[in-house]
Structures are given as C-alpha cells and as structure tokens.
Design a protein around this ligand. Sequence first.
Ligand SMILES: Nc1ncnc2c1ncn2[C@@H]1O[C@H](COP(=O)(O)OP(=O)(O)OP(=O)(O)O)[C@@H](O)[C@H]1O
Ligand SMILES: CC(C)(CO)[C@@H](O)C(=O)[O-]
Ligand code: BAL
Length: 415
Amino acid sequence: MRPTVHILRQATRPAISNIAGSCASLPSLLSLSQSQPRNHAQHPRLQQFSTARTMATRCSSSSPSSSSGRGGIEKLPSSPIRVLRTVDSFRRWRRPHLLDQRSVALVPTMGALHEGHLSLVRAAARENHHVVVSIYVNPAQFGVREDLASYPVTWDADCDALVRLDRELADDGHNLGRISAVFAPSTAEMYPGGFPGQEVDSKGSFVTITPVGEVLEGRSRPTFFRGVATVCMKLFNIVQPERVYFGQKDVQQTVVIKRLIRDFMLPIEVVVGPTARAEDGLALSSRNVYLGERRRAVATVLHKALRAAEERYKSGQRGRDAVLGAAERFVDEVLVGQMALGPEKRVRFEVDYISLADPDTMEELDFVHSAKGAILSGAVKMLPVEVPQEGEDLGHSGGPAVRLIDNIILPPAEQ
Ligand SMILES: Nc1ncnc2c1ncn2[C@@H]1O[C@H](COP(=O)(O)OP(=O)(O)OP(=O)(O)O)[C@@H](O)[C@H]1O
Ligand SMILES: CC(C)(CO)[C@@H](O)C(=O)[O-]
Ligand code: BAL
C-alpha cells in the first residue's frame, strides 16, 4: 500500500482573490523583529472534556507545583515569577503597569515548552518591561478526533525552564524586562458561559477569521482557527499586552492573528519569531514527543521537501509546478524508499498538503511575484508504526498518528 502525495493543484484551488490591502506583509512576517456557574462538570459535554483533561494531566510528567507565599501569592519555585490563574487576579496584577506605562508582552503557549517557545520569551524580554507567558491547552482548537486527551502536559518542567530562562535574562544586560507572570487559567475561567464544545456546529461566542482560516490547516482542521482566534481574543482582552509574540512555525496562525488584530482594532503589535529547529532541520514542536525514534528519523521529510522547493525558487523558478515539483519528487523518493523496507522497519506517512501561497492571504499561487515572495508550507501525517520491535520506543502515548507542519518564507527577490 502506498500513501498518496496530495499536492494542492490548480483544479482544487480557490481563485486568487484581491490581495491588495491585506494585512500581513512579508517584511512583517520576517521580523523578529467568575463569574459564571461552577457546575461545568455537570454539563455532559464538559464531563467528557473533564475526562479528557484528566487523562492529559495523567500523561504529564508530574502534577502542578509552585509556591504560595504570604498572602497566598503563588510564584514559580525560587523565583519572583507570579502564577495567576484567574481573570480577576490577572487584572489586579496588570492595572499598575497600565498606570506606570510599563510595556507588557504576551507569549501565548499550550505548555510542553521547548526552545521555540523560549526563543519567543527571549525576544519579548528584549523589548518589553514585563513578559507574560500563558500556558493553556485550549480545547476549542482541537477537533473531536484530535489529540486533546493525550496532548503533553509538563507543568513542572515548564516551570523549571521558565525559572532558568528568567535567571539567564537577569544575567544578560541587554534586556528591558524579564518574565513577570505565568497566566495558567482553567477552562471554567476561560469559558465563563460554559465550554461551547469542539464540534464544527457547536454554538457559543466564537471569533472566526475567514477566508484565511478556512484554507490549508483550516481545511484539515475545520475548528482550529476558530478556537485559536477565540482564545487569543480572550487572552488579549485579559492581558492587554502591547505586543504579542508568535512563532513562524505556525505561519497561517500568524496571518489569522494579524487579521484579528487589524479587523477588531486591537492596539497590539504582533511580533513573529523564526522557527527554532533541531540540528537535522525538524521544526521543534510539542507534538514531536509522540514520534518515537523510528518515526523521528523520517520526520524531517517535510522540511527537506520544502527546502528542495526553496532551492528551485532561489535558482530563479517562479512557476508553481517548477517550484512545488521539486518537493513532490523528494517526498516520492522518501516514500518509495520507506515502502521498500519491511513493516518491521518502515515508516509510513501521508502528505496532507504542500502549498505555495500568498503571504498575506494564504491563497494558492500559480506564480510567485518577485516583488512579493510567497510562503511554502506543508503538513504531513506520520502514521503509527505497524510492527513495533521488542523494546522499541514508540513515543508519547504509544505513538499515535502525528500531524507535523512546517514552512519556509520565500522572500521578495531582486528584480
Ligand atoms: N519551533 C518553533 N519555533 C518558534 N516558535 C514556535 C516553535 N514551535 C512553536 N512555536 C510557537 O510557540 C507558540 C506556542 O505554540 P504551541 O504551544 O502550540 O507549541 P507547538 O510546539 O507549536 O505545539 P504543537 O506541537 O501543538 O503545534 C506559537 O506561537 C508557536 O508558533
Ligand atoms: C496561540 C495558541 C497558544 C492558542 O491556544 C496556540 O494555538 C499555540 O500554542 O500556537
Ligand atoms: N501550535 C498550534 C497549536 C495546535 O496545533 O493545536
């Protein structure tokens, strides 16, 4: 059996719409430059959700720990970093910084922190007085069949990483600020009217950003950007940051967030940090822990395929087929090589999409305009190992199918 490589083709692509006046310019993409009832557990959908979160917590390396000092103020161990869990407590912390005009940056995360997250915190500390890191696994952005229940939760390791990083920031004289607070709310706190559910037709207060949120990742994960835009709107309203920091690894997410900020007139600057990678090029991602050794070795296929396409662009090719053809051939070769191995050795994967898109709209391009550049992006599903070997490390949670994404920005070229 040979998985199909699905590269977005002309026939299935939406028409390229008016791109003038769109918000995310390529230079900015390149820049690093309570309320409500407490009876959620009685709600059938939330009972389901509570079970899922309990499982996620069980999968975690340890349970939450942080120290509560005098007056019940919770801090990360041996550090001045506050832990705030409610909207009210966060607002009490925030108010004086509004009055004394100290800038506050927000780095939104879902925890399971890695060097990619930490690079965003470093960037935020360079140009803001206070850095707030939010850690919240937002159920609304997970599809009903996605990995909410097994999503890695590593609270203690996250706390250690932030405390270490804060010391590093204190020792380095080039920063304006340090990590001031971790915002770690519960779902009851984030959805005071009750969690609306993960279904496509769930009813509730949602923010949707279309059409950009409907293509690529949005096509495969129809509730994903609705969940992301909704939770980010909530986080932005709670934290009221001057700047927010997002990673280029989730490039379509950065375009959605820029639209949200522009269209809802939020006084926030978006800063996008470059993708942090492992030595072999794999983009760091919290979900990489699912891979296990065998699949980890092949997981670079997407990055390498995108690099092959990038080479075509660098050599002067501008047409879709010429640029993406290189990625397609690379993926084909890897698939053929893997399928030639027996099931006890091989790694199977499916390409969800490989795209060449406009940087402002994420709409597919036939041709890259040199003055504007483009975004090459892709998603692959690494399928579970078929025949595990004795003692084989299959990855977190038994090595389920893992969806990996990556992208490369093709910058405007000399004309
Ligand atoms: N390798 C990376 N380099 C730079 N930023 C990153 C990287 N990985 C994630 N980020 C950014 O960190 C922020 C929080 O992401 P998140 O907590 O979802 O981590 P993740 O590794 O992307 O997780 P997942 O595996 O679930 O996609 C997002 O802005 C995301 O783009
Ligand atoms: C932005 C975000 C924290 C919203 O939950 C999430 O989508 C992520 O971690 O990229
Ligand atoms: N990094 C984006 C979060 C998600 O995939 O759910």
